[in-house]
Design a binder for this molecule. Structure first.
Ligand code: IMP
Length: 195
């Protein structure tokens, strides 16, 4: 059955906006968990992006019994052994994540500052069946904060010459980890649900 409405399991307005921007031109309405009446905020105590995405999606699905998506995402920095990874949201006090990362990397040269944003989406359909979709975006960590768009680590994540906070949301939504995972979701909806 065609899916034209999804509940997004998040309380993060930035993510909701990005997901809406990408899915609404495809004819899919994205409702926030709040508007769907699911007032939950489960512990993200999984060890992987997939585990955490599923924890969030399942908590909302159990209440709304409608198709739900949840994403778990983060920044994996190679010279930090993939950290902060699943701990990205808790790495530093809110709004201080860029400062902490810049301090931690110090003067490590550009060639060793490679990093990637990762995103895993858990999609639970109306029957409770789960599918995972993932996306990555590769770049490196700059030496200073640049730009004012976006959120989280965007000002220090360099994609070529520009940081993610220097490009428009339209541009980011073409190349980001979340955009890639959502593209896979859209393909799945086409193939399996006839969207
Ligand atoms: P989540 O809400 O548990 O998925 O937390 C992901 C964390 O990773 C966010 O709080 C951000 O700090 C960071 N993050 C994920 N995606 C992005 C992005 O597109 N730009 C900047 N930071 C991001």
């Amino acid at each position: 059955m065609k899916i034209d409405k999804l509940v997004m399991a998040t309380n993060n307005e930035n993510k909701l906006r990005e997901v809406r921007q990408i899915l609404s031109p495809l004819g899919i309405e994205v409702i926030s968990q709040k508007d769907a009446g699911a007032d939950v905020n489960p512990d993200e105590n999984g060890k992987t992006f997939s585990e955490n995405a599923y924890i969030k999606a399942k908590a909302v699905y159990d209440i709304v019994k409608l198709p739900v998506i949840a994403d778990d995402s983060g920044l994996c920095v190679d010279c930090l052994g993939g950290n902060p990874g699943v701990y990205s949201a808790r790495y530093a006090p809110k709004g201080m994540e860029c400062e902490k990362l810049l301090e931690e990397l110090g003067n490590i040269p550009e060639s060793e500052r490679s990093a990637k944003f990762c995103c895993v989406i858990s999609f639970i359909d109306q029957n409770g069946e789960n599918s995972f979709l993932s996306g990555e975006c590769h770049g490196f960590i700059g030496f200073e904060k640049r730009g004012t768009n976006g959120f989280g680590y965007d000002p220090v994540f360099m994609y070529g010459e520009k940081s993610f906070a220097e490009i428009s949301s339209d541009e980011k939504n073409k190349i980001s980890h979340r955009a890639k995972a959502l593209e896979s979701l859209y393909n799945l909806l086409n193939e399996r649900y006839g969207n």
